[in-house]
Design a protein around this ligand. Structure first.
Ligand code: NDP
Length: 245
């Protein structure tokens, strides 16, 4: 909804990924003044449309729309972002159909390093519902010893320096510097921040951090593409779920 430039970029990337792997996608670009009732009607229509197996509402929504109301209206079996409370609860229990795309992508990246999460000190900086909290839960499922930091954490650097695996999702450009990282740590940078000169940077100061970390994700080209890959995975899964109904 509306004309948020970042949302436009994300939606285009998702549509492109669908086209590349043969998933049919439909875009409903609604004007900013669309009412909550109209948006709910559309979600209901897509819930009942048999050839639609996955639904994604691109956030953020304009202020007059209650995001929670809209997410709650999505059929949980078509909720490929895994934001519906039923899916969030299933993730908490560890018996889930879908994982939220960004944290799931981060887990794939950690897996690629060959590091076994079990018993490792894992620190997640950020506690949002879409990244930080589910990320911590996924690391816990893999038996990490997990600490979650946020804006009220005291002496952040002392906590981040303990991390064997550090996941950063704060939304502040180049916030975590090399001297806040334990030598040899695996560093995953979820952040995407546009500087005034239009350059895209992460929440980690790559230059100083890459000298200390054993593995580190770049921005762009790290977590972002993995998020989209996980969305495709969820969509295939939802198609299978719909076909078995
Ligand atoms: P939110 O703004 O929802 O959450 C930010 C979190 O960072 C909050 O929990 C906040 O704490 C914490 N925080 C803020 N300031 C500090 C500080 N000084 N010290 C420690 N913690 C702090 O952001 P999101 O989780 O939605 O996104 C985070 C970043 O990841 C953004 O850059 C976003 O663009 C990016 N992103 C990237 C995606 C991708 O696909 N690559 C997908 C989703 C997000 P508190 O709760 O106390 O306020």
């Amino acid at each position: 909804m509306g004309d948020d430039p970042a949302s436009r970029v994300y939606v285009n990337s998702k549509k492109k990924a669908c086209a590349e792997i043969g998933i049919k996608s439909e875009e409903y670009a609604l004007p900013a003044e669309t009412t909550e009732e109209q948006l709910l009607e559309l979600v209901q229509k897509l819930n009942n449309k048999p050839d639609i197996s996955g639904i994604l509402v691109q956030l953020p929504l304009p202020k007059h729309i209650n995001e929670e109301t809209i997410i709650n209206a999505i059929d949980p079996s078509k909720d490929v972002d895994a934001f519906h409370p039923m899916n969030v609860g299933k993730i908490m229990i560890g018996n889930f159909d879908f994982l939220p795309c960004t944290p799931a992508g981060v887990m794939e990246l950690i897996n690629e390093t060959g590091i076994d999460v079990a018993g490792k000190e894992c620190v997640v900086v950020g506690r949002s519902n879409i990244v930080g909290k589910p990320q911590a839960m996924l690391l816990l499922h893999k038996h990490g010893t997990v600490t979650i930091c946020h804006s009220r954490t005291k002496n952040l650097a002392a906590v981040t320096k303990r991390a064997d695996i550090l996941v950063v999702a704060v939304g502040i450009a180049e916030f975590i510097k090399g001297d806040m990282i334990k030598p040899g740590a695996v560093v995953i940078d979820v952040g995407m921040n546009r500087l005034e000169n239009k350059k895209l940077v992460g929440d980690v100061h790559f230059e100083s951090a890459s000298k200390v970390a054993s593995a580190i994700t770049p921005v762009p080209g790290g977590v972002g593409p993995m998020t989209i890959a996980m969305l495709m995975k969820n969509t295939v899964k939802s198609a299978i779920i719909q076909s078995e109904k």
